[in-house]
Design a protein around this ligand. Sequence first.
Ligand code: NAD
Length: 380
Amino acid sequence: MKTNFDFLMPSVNFFGAGVIQKIGERAKMLKCQHPLIITDQFLEKMPQGPVAQTIASLTAAGIPYTVYDGVEPNPKIHNIQAASKLYRAASCDSLITIGGGSAHDTGKGTGILLTNGSDISQFAGIEKLTNPLPTLLAVNTTAGTGSELTRHCVITNEATHLKFVIVSWRNMPTVSFNDPLLMLDVPPRMTAATGMDAFVQAIEPYISTNRNPITDGQCLQAIKLIEHSLRTAVADGHNVQARTEMAEAEMLAGMAFNNADLGYVHAMAHQLGGQYDAPHGVCCALLLPTVEEFNLIACPERFVDLAKAMGENVAGLSTRDAAELAIKAMRQLADDVGIPHSIQAIGAKPEDFEMMATNALKDGNAFSNPRKATRQQIVQ
Ligand code: NAD
């Protein structure tokens, strides 16, 4: 537990039903004269969807814009190169990202190319950026990654299939928007995957070696909300209360891991995502119970707290038995929302395991895991 720490988040974070309507006014206050909107084709074409609503608000504020609609899941280097080219060609002066983690990371990566240098891979690691990014307004549409308010930018090198993370306070969006009404049409499988990502992002910081008293509270509250609402959001996407609670949870979890870091689940999930282009939340959810079974002996009392936050009755149980209920509850949640049971489901091949384990141990998220693993343990 850290008792001296700096706590980072964007200076302004809009939350709640309908907050998207404020984006034009806020862009004007930030003196954005011609933002580049970074999104994907699906969201761009959605009638009355997040892009349409953003554009209506910008138009009402008299702000012209250009759209880059080439965002791909697990964004690649060629995405940020294309977006930065368009930014320059259209003489843009700011960025608006609309979507989930892939859109926000594409926006951050674009900003890095524009103001720090053209070889993005040289900035992988911690605090390697030297210049501020353009003003960035992040409109979040999935209750998952927290990228709309974090200092992380995750990019995949399409040539090597390696996902790398650029961690810097300069990556933080200027303003974030979390409007649960924009999330009502996320399909059930994507709701499950992104919700499980938020869940893992609440669990890993709670047992991280870099945790602090503020992130502890955020993690437990996020876990309670997810336990209460993820199943409902998957079963009935138009349930506004469930979507609102999931959006609250993802924001809390995002703030928590932004400041307390993550662990081996993310370090290993990045290898699966980079290698097999699989959905990030599914990779995290698949790995979670096994990694936490390994971590349990490092901090069993923390797992008892997690079990309680997930509504388990631990009265009269030994610490070990109570802690194991947390793992059981994690498995149950993943099962209930339809996460597959094996990494074979995303095409993982045993011949890749040694290489992925080596890279997982080098991933920035590995260093705050509460128990140190050997490469062989990661392979297992
Ligand atoms: P995503 O951004 O890749 O989006 C997945 C799909 O959901 C897309 O096809 C998109 O069109 C669709 N979608 C998004 N919003 C929708 C809506 N409102 N309605 C209907 N469909 C919608 O998914 P994600 O899980 O949010 O992001 C994953 C990426 O984020 C991965 O690359 C992961 O590594 C990264 N990530 C980043 C951070 C960070 O802090 N930077 C943290 C965790 C994960």
